[in-house]
Design a protein around this ligand. Structure first.
Ligand code: NDP
Length: 328
């Protein structure tokens, strides 16, 4: 195939443009594995790249899309051969390296993870970067000693991608999950994922006190800003909050009080440059600890031709759960 379908981002006089077009295979970047991409997904960062709302894309032209699942077409990497089923998230895909919204991707073999046994490529992308990040956050809480016996855990941005997967996984593991959302109409959805309580995000969005009443032993935050500050000030003695997102802002208007008076830990979560060993561990745990029927409840499927319309929607907080993108 000399050309293939792709969502291409170009630099314009003002900002960037994005269009579904044909891309020349000869323009693919260096890499030792070429993959026939079958599924991708829409993450918050994809919304930023597609709309140009933040400088996510740092090379032009770019193929958007930060994660994919597919089948190896050819490889000169020792770990991979034609026919292998693979998953890739992060590593600069869709940012500095030609990305996932395309029928073909050429990447470094070191960036790939084998599709977990018994998981389909569609399921892997229904999980995608957001679900993978949620699992990294759960693993960080476990490593910090937050167990179901420690007390309740809070999940913010609960109706979103990271939040929905975190809610489902933590509930399956036996945690008492308090889901925080700005969409109280989604309370039945969040309860169906296993949330024990659903609270309005307004409770957590005002300016934070240095210390407030202790409400939870841990949490997964995809919102940042005053919400993360409130989470920290309401965390029980010795608890921990895993911070992975900035849906409400990059700032963190907090004080040192939760850290020095309650021994609270703030755990940073990065999915992009996450090394291979924890990557594999997270995918193995997703295969085991995420109920597939819950995953399908979370998932909404679109075609490559619908991605551009959905970019602004995810930024506006209008997407529930996960959007999986059928490439071919
Ligand atoms: P989604 O848009 O699917 O979810 C974000 C959710 O946050 C929304 O659904 C909404 O949930 C809530 N939200 C949105 N805007 C606001 C606001 N202004 N104030 C408070 N809450 C808000 O995005 P993802 O789940 O894909 O990503 C979530 C965040 O995590 C993003 O900031 C993303 O950049 C980050 N992220 C970070 C990664 C990492 O490696 N660290 C990897 C993946 C994502 P509700 O309606 O329920 O309140």
């Amino acid at each position: 195939m000399a050309t293939f379908k792709a969502i291409r981002i170009d630099k314009a006089d003002k900002g960037t443009t994005a269009a579904l077009t044909q891309f020349d295979e000869a323009e693919l970047m260096d890499g030792d594995v070429t993959v026939d991409v079958e599924w991708s997904t829409l993450n918050y960062k994809d919304g930023l790249a597609l709309t140009g709302k933040a400088p996510v894309v740092r090379r032009f032209p770019m193929i958007a899309g930060i994660d994919f699942a597919g089948t190896v077409e050819r490889s000169s990497h020792p770990n991979w051969k034609a026919g292998d089923k693979v998953v890739s998230t992060g590593w600069g895909l869709g940012e500095t390296h030609l990305g996932a919204y395309a029928e073909k991707a050429r990447v470094k073999g070191d960036w790939l993870v084998r599709l977990p046994e018994g998981m389909s490529a569609r399921e892997a992308m229904a999980i995608g970067t957001a679900g993978f990040t949620a699992m990294l956050a759960v693993l960080a809480l476990e490593k910090q000693g937050v167990t179901p016996g420690s007390g309740p855990v809070v999940v913010t941005g609960a109706s979103g991608g990271v939040g929905s997967v975190a809610t489902a996984v933590l509930a399956k593991l036996g945690y008492h999950v308090i889901a925080s959302t700005g969409r109280m109409a989604e309370a039945p959805y969040l309860k169906s994922l296993g949330a024990a309580e659903v609270i309005d995000r307004n409770e957590l969005s005002g300016p934070a006190k240095p210390l407030a009443k202790e409400r939870w032993a841990g949490g997964v935050d995809s919102v940042g800003s005053t919400t993360l500050a409130n989470l920290l000030s309401m965390t029980r003695y010795g608890g921990a909050i895993a911070a992975c997102g900035l849906a409400a802002g990059m700032d963190l208007p907090t004080s040192v009080a939760p850290f020095i008076l309650r021994g609270v830990c703030l755990l940073g979560i990065d999915s992009v440059m996450c090394p291979l060993a924890p990557r594999k561990a997270a995918w193995e745990r997703l295969a085991r600890d995420l109920d597939r029927s819950k995953l399908s409840e979370i998932t909404h499927e679109i075609g490559l031709d619908q991605v551009l319309d959905n970019g602004p929607k995810i930024l506006a907080g209008q997407v529930r759960g996960r959007i999986v993108v059928k490439i071919v």
